[in-house]
Structures are given as structure tokens and as C-alpha cells.
Design a protein around this ligand. Structure first.
Ligand code: ADP
Ligand code: MG
Ligand code: MG
Length: 904
């Protein structure tokens, strides 16, 4: 039997060869895998080796023990590097120095540790000075080693937790500052060799004093100290919390890269820098980066000196007076540009690069796929496809649906946001940025807005009675409520910036003010909301406008996306304006028109209330007759805006009490306008009171009790349709009965609808293609979908109610426990935002299967909040739905998600 081969723990790279490759990210970490890949491609990479992530997992499991034979493997790998470099690690005459670098599978910027210049000791310092004749550089390298090593290895990795500002790095930097002051210089590059040499002596003394240990003076001891510290940094506090936020598994572990040092700090002919193969903020295909002469490692990002622009074209006011690499060293710049092109072609994506120039020779130290914002992601994807670097399909798959959002809403200027004072955070219910003066009632919002002021409406929570103040507000902020609360739903529908569930707000409505985080915001004070992140800021921050139609790459990408997608995308819209907007965003019809919002208009709310207060059918019909012309007008507007496309209109859904006032003052006002005693109104409100209105007298149940309401609504729809049909405008109304649980309920309402519809058609003598269907939002309806489909000409899943009733969670009260559930991992995500495939999804699948068994061509859609959520859209595609419907501003995201679902 063949002897089992020992597991390989160390992978070498350098000299145009590599044992690893980019495919081995899991084992070698991103940095290690890409260093190997670059080496193999013949890109100049200083030689070195990678210790695998498996060693890290072993190290953690075995409580700090390394696998057998690792020391030997490392020794051999060091030998290989020594041979390539013709130098010796710890060799006093010709010393090799290395860096020890962390590198996980997925980049965790700044979360783990790196130590540079490892191998400098009393002996090798002398040798290196002799060899280079550059005493200043050697002491500069040594003071950097002491700083990084004492911080990373001797303090952090040893588990020492110094008090704020008392860390060893801080204390050493303090010594450096003291010396700079004494020498009256600003930059560390202005210090002399002698200065740095004395500084190193002070440093070592400080280390001894603070950490009670001598700075190690042996190259091998330094190397293993560094390796162990990097492995341990995987379980550092910062790294753990970062992984929690990003959802990176703790078992992954980090790799360690040991790599020959190249020096950007030997003098004016050396430098270090970072670069992006394309501009990560705009996506423009222009080389973009920053570099610093006579510097090492993190100096560029650390902000100690102003970094210089890489190219002439990308200079900024701050860097105008400093030479670009393009000008300062055209030869190296050309070489770097060739590497940029080569790596981008090879990886087929934008690269984020690190490089160092030592005495005029260029070395690459890192490459990875670069992070980018939404605007840049779209532009790069489209241009790369046009350049032939990637296919159109890849271009569509490369952009995250949420990244489109950036183009659809104004955003807070990121520079301003960074410096702004954050007051609180809540749930990001409506994306984009908005700024305005705080007001605390809907009436105030309306009044202020009429005077041309920009306002943000701040409420504990909102109700349909606040809608008149919500609409003119720039943004809405509430203290309670979840992602499907009234405020969130309404705001999303309008594409309005909105933050809900902002628990830190203590609102005093009568006094028109709130306290938050120890500060008081009074009526009229400016606040700014980032509805994409859920942050509230003090003051008025600059906003950057949005207009996707002017963005050519966006239009192109959406065109490609539409060519791939199978799923239709409709919109939820209650007004002709919303319908028109959604159409511009690419909606192929309306999936849900909520008629109840229409009853709140000031011109008809009175008639609506008369209808509710009516004592008998006769007076109810009288009030309904007043409502009819308004409804007809509404439907004409919507059907016309959507001409040629289907429009699904839902009959009255909410419980009637929502249309009556509940506080004393408004009850008096309303009673007066209705010319009835307040007592009568109060009695009615009392009689309509329900213990559980969500499960009460609403939906089709209202229509069953009061068929005349359904009659009026159907009449209005069909009158509108006929009027338009006579003008040769193509209309396709779909009448949708909500909240049915049995076929008999639907049949009852369908009979009413068909009777009235046929009556109207006969009267007008025109043909209108209309349908009657239902919402599936009660589990029983889903389970008996085969029966329901006998009566329904279409289904539309109302996944808000379906989720509510499947889980038994009241949508309006989930704020009290759902965040805790998600935090504790009891639920993976909010089922009201992203469809719960395991439970609610089963009901959807069942209903689709059983419904289509009865009616083969049954048209099925979804009109809940989930219609605009990428993961839910993917589910709808897989389940064979015909369309999803979502608020106008989500339409592009739904189209795009549908394309990705089809490509997957
Ligand atoms: P991070 O993952 O935080 O970027 P890195 O391991 O990339 O950490 O190293 C930090 C800095 O040190 C980078 O600017 C890198 O270019 C530099 N650096 C790392 N190794 C070497 C080396 N062998 N020679 C010169 N500079 C190096
Ligand atoms: Mg790096
Ligand atoms: Mg519903």
C-alpha cells in the first residue's frame, strides 16, 4: 500500500513560478492565491511562500499547536527564497528581509495584521548598511519593524489590552512626534540617519518599559512570532465582529504570506502605491491610483503625507503641485500600465493593485477584484462587455440588483455624510437621501410644504390619516413600526426616503419636538435622512440628484437584462402619476391598485363616511352613488396611463373603522361636517371596533355583507373601461377580490362583479376584455387552490397577508420581537421583506400547482412587498409565476433580478 502523503502546508511562489494559483483561494487566502497567480503569469512579484488556512484551523483547534512538520516545510521554503534572492535570512553579511502578511479567503480590509522588515537584528542591520551604503533607509526600516512588531506580536497577539491611547504603537508614535518637533520638521522623510538611529534606541527602551520584554534580536524568532501573531489575529476582537457583520464563517481561518521585502523607502528613486485598473467611483476606464515617493507599506493609506496622483489626468486640486508617476518615471509607469492591462485581461474584472518601486524597479505586491459603487459597477460591466472582455450575460450577473438603487434616488454626498453628526439609526424603509426641517404632525407638514418649505415628517407611527402630510414631505421618520408598517409601505410606493422603527427618538408631539441621543430637535430644525442605510443626521447635508434615463450604461444594461428575463414585471400603483412613472421604469402593467387610498381624498372622504354611517341599504346606496363618479374618474386615469397593458384593481380591503376619526377633536369636526350628533359617530366607531382587525371584517367579507360596495366599484371600473374603449383606447381591467379563504366567497363576489360588468357592457355596446380573479393571501385559499381556480381567472399572491397568517405574526407588531429573532438566529431574515421559501413558499408552490391543475393557463402573479426583493423574485421565477408586481421605484430592480434569476 502506498504511504499516505503528508498534507502540504506551505506553497512557494517566485521566479516566474508558483505552486499555487488563483483557484486556490480557500486554501491560500485571496492574497496568497493571487500572489501565486501573478508569479505564474510572469508579473514581477517578490518571492515568498504561503502557509495555508488549514494550518490556521489546526492551530486554533489544537489551542496554539502547529501541525507536525510545519517547521521543516517553512525552513525549506525559506531556503528556496534565499536561493532565488541570493541572500540569507539572518545572514549578517547579506541579509534577506521578509514581510509576514495575513490573507483570508475574502478580503477583510484592515481587520488583520501585517509585519514588514522582519529579519532586522543588531547583526543584520550592520550588514545591510554595509551592503546598501544607505544608513538612513536601514534605520527607517528598523523603526518601522519595532513599531509593527511590538504592536502586533508583543501586544495584541499576547492578549494585552492597553487603555485608550496607551497602546505601544501610540507611545512609539508619540516619541516620533517628539523628535520631529525637536528637529522642527513636518515629515518623517526629513529626519536624518542619526535621528532615526537614536529613535530606534528610544523605541527599544520604550518597548522594554511598557511590555516588560526585550525586542527579539533573532531573525527566526521574529519570523515565528510574526506567523503566530497573524494566525491569532483571526480571532482578534475586530476581526470577529467584522465577520459577524459580513457573514463570514469563523471556521475559514486566514493564511499567512511570507514574502521578500522590497523597499519603497530607500530614497527619492523609490516609492510605494495603490492603484485601480478603472476608476472605482465612476467606472471610467482610466487608470487611477495614488503613490508616495520614499515611503513604505501603509503610508499611502495612512494619510501622514498627501499621496500623489498616478496619472496626469486624475490629478486633483490637492495633488496638482505634486508630480504624477506618469511624469516622474514614464518608464516604470508604462510597465505598470502593461501589468494593469494584463491583469485585467487575465482576471476579466477591475483590479485593485498594490505596488512598490525599489531604486527604479517595479514590484507587484497584491491584486484583487476591486470594490466599486453602483454607478461604477454598471458602467464597468457594460463597457467590459462592449470591449469583449466579458459576455453580456456576465455583465448582467456582475451588478447586484441593489446597486441599481443608487441611480434611482438622490443620495447624500458621501463626503458630507462622513463628516456629519449622526443622531440615530432605524430601519431603512425607503431608500435614497433627503433633507428638510423637522415637523411633527401631518397638518404641519402640509402647511409648511404649501409655503414652499422642505420638511421631514417625524411621527411615532403613521396612519392613513397622515397621508396628506406624508406626500408633500421630503422624507418620513417614525419611532416605531417595521419594514411593512404603514409609513414604510406608503413611502416605498412613492419612492420616498423613509426610516421607521427609529427607537431612539423620544417624540413630544404636543410640544413639537423630540429628543434623540441626548440632543433636542425642535420644529423647524434641519435633519437629513439616509434611507438606504437607515441613518438620521443633524443639519442639512448636500444631496446628489438621480436620473437614470440620462445614464447610458444603465439603459444598455437594462436592455440586455430584459432580453434574458422570462418573468413579467408589473407595478403597484394607485394614481395615474404613479402608473406613468412605473411605465417609464419599464412596468408591463399594474399588478395591484388599492382602491382604499382613493377614498381618503378630501373631495370624497365625506361621502365615504356617509356610506359607513348609513343605517340601511338605501342610504348606503345613496352615499355610494356619490362615490361612483370619483372612482370612475380615478380608474379612467389609471387605465389610460396603462393603455394597452393589464390593470389589476382590488375591491375594498381594509376594515371600515380605518376611514373614521378616532380622537375626540376630529370626531367633533367630522360629525359637524356630516351634520350628525357626535354621539352617533362615536357609537359607530365603537361598533366597528374589533379586537383583531387584521382578521376581522375586511376584504371580501365586506363585499359579502354589503354587495352594493362591490357593485359600485365594479360599475366604476367598467364605466371607465367602456368610456375609454369607445375612444379606441385599449384597456384590460382585471377585477381582484381580496382575502378569500373559500371558493364560495369568491363565487359570491364574482357573481356580483360579472352581473354588473355585463350590465354596463350591454348598456354601452362595446367589448372590453375583463377578468375576475382573486388574491391568494389566506393559507386556506392556497391549499384549496384547485377549487378556487374553478372560479378565478387569475391569482395574485398577497404575500404580506399570506406571511402574516402563515407565521401568525401581526405585521404591525413584529417590531417588538422580530429584530431579536434575527439577531439570535431564530429567523435567518425578515419574512416580510424576503419570502420565506421553506414555509410561505410551500403554500405558493402548492397553490400554483393546484391552481394550474384546474386551469392550465391560469395567470399568476405576486403583489406583496416581496415583488421588489431580488431573492423573492428569484423564487417567483423558479416557481413559474407569470409576473411580479412592486412599487414603481423597485420596477427596474425587479426587472434586473428577474434577468439574473433566468440566467441562474
Ligand atoms: P493589507 O491586507 O492590510 O493591505 P498587506 O499584507 O497587503 O496588508 O500589507 C500592508 C502594506 O505593506 C501594503 O501596502 C503592502 O504593499 C506592503 N507590503 C507587504 N509586503 C511587502 C513586501 N514584501 N515588500 C514591500 N511592501 C510590502
Ligand atoms: Mg494589501
Ligand atoms: Mg392583503
Amino acid at each position: 500500500m502506498a504511504k499516505k502523503k503528508a498534507k502540504k502546508n506551505v506553497y512557494s511562489f517566485g521566479g516566474g513560478k508558483a505552486q499555487g494559483s488563483a483557484k486556490m483561494k480557500n486554501l491560500l487566502g485571496g492574497k496568497g492565491a493571487n500572489l501565486a497567480e501573478m508569479s505564474g503569469l510572469g508579473v514581477p512579484v517578490p518571492p515568498g511562500f504561503t502557509i495555508t488556512t488549514d494550518v490556521c484551523t489546526h492551530f486554533m483547534k489544537m489551542k496554539g499547536k502547529y501541525p507536525m512538520g510545519l517547521t521543516k516545510e517553512v525552513d525549506l521554503a525559506v531556503k528556496k527564497v534565499e536561493k532565488l534572492m541570493k541572500k540569507g535570512f539572518g545572514d549578517p553579511d547579506n541579509p534577506l528581509l521578509v514581510s509576514v502578511r495575513s490573507g483570508a479567503r475574502q478580503s477583510m480590509p484592515g481587520m488583520m495584521e501585517t509585519v514588514l522588515n522582519v529579519g532586522l537584528t543588531t547583526e543584520t542591520i550592520k550588514g545591510l548598511i554595509r551592503k546598501t551604503g544607505n544608513e538612513r533607509f536601514v534605520w527607517d526600516a528598523y523603526r518601522r519593524l519595532i513599531t509593527m512588531y511590538s504592536d502586533v506580536v508583543m501586544e495584541k497577539s499576547a492578549g494585552i489590552e492597553p487603555k485608550e491611547g496607551k497602546g505601544i504603537r501610540h507611545q512609539l508614535e508619540h516619541e516620533l512626534d517628539k523628535l520631529k518637533k525637536k528637529r522642527r520638521v513636518k515629515q518623517d522623510t526629513e529626519l536624518t540617519a542619526e535621528d532615526l538611529k537614536t529613535l530606534c534606541v528610544t523605541y527599544k527602551k520604550t518597548v522594554k518599559k511598557v511590555l516588560k520584554k526585550n525586542f527579539p534580536d533573532d531573525a527566526m524568532a521574529q519570523l515565528w512570532g510574526g506567523i503566530t501573531a497573524v494566525f491569532r489575529s483571526w480571532n482578534g476582537k475586530r476581526a470577529i465582529s467584522y465577520r459577524k457583520i459580513e457573514g463570514i464563517p469563523h471556521e475559514w481561518g486566514t493564511a499567512v504570506n511570507v514574502q521578500t521585502m522590497v523597499f519603497g523607502n530607500t530614497g527619492e528613486n523609490s516609492a510605494t502605491g495603490v492603484a485601480f485598473s478603472r476608476n472605482p467611483a465612476t467606472g471610467e476606464n482610466k487608470f487611477y491610483g495614488e503613490w508616495l515617493i520614499n515611503a513604505q507599506g501603509e503610508d499611502v493609506v495612512a494619510g501622514i503625507r498627501t499621496p500623489q496622483s498616478l496619472t496626469e489626468a486624475t490629478k486633483t486640486p490637492e495633488t496638482r503641485h505634486l508630480p504624477s508617476l506618469e511624469k516622474a518615471n514614464p518608464k516604470v509607469f508604462r510597465q505598470l500600465s502593461r501589468i494593469r492591462a494584463k491583469l485585467e485581461r487575465h482576471y476579466r474584472d477591475m483590479q485593485d493593485l498594490e505596488f512598490t518601486i525599489e531604486e527604479g524597479t517595479l514590484y507587484m505586491l497584491q491584486t484583487r477584484v476591486g470594490k466599486r459603487n453602483g454607478v461604477a459597477a454598471i458602467r464597468m460591466a457594460v463597457e467590459m462587455a462592449k470591449e469583449g472582455l466579458i459576455s453580456k450575460k456576465e455583465a448582467v450577473m456582475r451588478v447586484k440588483p441593489e446597486q441599481l438603487d443608487e441611480l434611482l434616488h438622490p443620495m447624500i454626498d458621501p463626503h458630507a455624510e462622513k463628516k456629519a453628526a449622526k443622531l440615530a439609526s432605524g430601519l431603512p424603509a425607503g431608500p435614497g437621501g433627503a433633507t428638510g426641517q423637522a415637523v411633527f404632525t401631518a397638518d404641519d407638514a402640509e402647511a409648511w410644504a404649501k409655503k414652499g418649505r422642505k420638511v421631514v415628517l417625524v411621527r411615532d407611527e403613521t396612519s392613513p390619516e397622515d397621508v396628506h402630510g406624508m406626500h408633500p414631505a421630503e422624507a418620513i421618520l417614525t419611532a416605531t413600526g417595521g419594514m411593512t408598517s404603514h409609513a414604510a409601505l406608503v413611502a416605498r410606493g412613492w419612492g420616498k426616503c423613509c426610516i421607521v422603527g427609529c427607537a431612539a427618538l423620544q417624540i413630544d408631539t404636543p410640544k413639537r419636538r423630540m429628543t434623540v441621543g441626548g440632543r433636542t430637535v425642535k420644529e423647524g430644525d434641519w435633519i437629513t435622512l439616509n434611507g438606504t442605510k437607515g441613518n438620521v443626521y443633524q443639519g442639512s447635508l448636500t444631496l446628489l440628484p438621480a436620473d437614470p434615463d440620462t445614464n447610458k450604461p444603465y439603459k444598455q444594461l437594462m436592455k440586455w437584462a430584459d432580453s434574458f428575463r422570462k418573468l413579467g414585471v408589473r407595478t403597484n400603483a394607485d394614481t395615474p402619476e404613479d402608473a406613468a412613472l412605473a411605465r417609464r421604469f419599464g412596468a408591463q402593467g399594474i399588478g395591484l391598485t388599492r382602491t382604499e387610498h382613493m377614498f381618503f381624498g378630501p373631495d370624497r372622504i365625506l361621502a365615504m363616511r356617509q356610506m359607513i354611517l348609513a343605517d340601511d341599504e338605501k342610504s348606503r346606496r345613496k352615499a355610494l352613488a356619490k362615490l361612483l363618479p370619483y372612482q370612475k374618474k380615478d380608474f379612467m386615469g389609471i387605465l389610460k396611463a396603462m393603455k394597452g397593458l393589464p390593470v389589476t384593481i382590488r375591491t375594498l380591503d381594509p376594515p371600515l373603522h380605518e376611514f373614521l376619526p378616532h380622537d375626540d377633536k376630529s370626531q367633533k369636526k367630522v360629525a359637524k361636517s356630516l351634520r350628525i350628533p357626535v354621539k352617533k359617530l362615536k357609537e359607530k366607531v365603537q361598533s366597528l371596533h374589533e379586537l383583531n382587525p387584521m382578521l376581522g371584517h375586511r376584504g371580501c367579507r365586506l363585499g359579502v355583507t354589503y354587495p352594493e360596495i362591490t357593485e359600485m366599484q365594479v360599475r366604476a371600473i367598467m364605466e371607465a373601461a367602456c368610456a375609454l374603449a369607445k375612444k379606441k383606447i385599449k384597456v384590460f381591467p382585471e377585477i381582484m377580490i381580496p382575502l378569500i379563504g373559500t371558493k364560495a366567497e369568491l363565487t359570491d363576489q364574482k357573481n356580483v362583479a360579472v352581473r354588473v360588468a355585463e350590465e354596463v357592457l350591454k348598456k354601452h355596446k362595446v367589448r372590453v376584455d375583463y377578468k375576475v380573479g382573486t388574491m391568494i393571501e389566506i393559507p386556506r385559499a392556497a391549499l384549496t387552490a384547485d377549487k378556487v381556480a374553478e372560479a378565478a381567472e387569475f391569482f395574485s399572491f398577497g404575500t404580506n397577508d399570506l406571511t402574516q397568517m402563515t407565521f401568525g405574526y401581526s405585521r404591525d407588531d413584529v417590531g417588538k420581537f422580530l429584530p431579536g429573532y434575527i439577531e439570535a438566529g431564530i429567523l435567518p431574515k425578515d419574512p416580510f421583506q424576503s419570502i420565506d421559501e421553506g414555509g410561505v413558499g410551500q403554500l405558493v408552490e402548492t397553490a400554483v400547482k393546484r391552481g394550474r391543475a384546474t386551469r392550465k393557463d391560469l395567470k399568476i402573479g405576486i403583489c406583496g412587498e416581496h415583488g421588489g426583493d431580488p431573492a423573492s423574485v428569484d423564487f417567483c421565477h423558479r416557481t413559474g409565476l407569470n409576473y411580479v408586481s412592486c412599487s414603481p421605484f423597485r420596477v427596474p430592480i425587479a426587472r434586473f433580478s428577474a434577468a439574473q434569476a433566468a440566467l441562474r
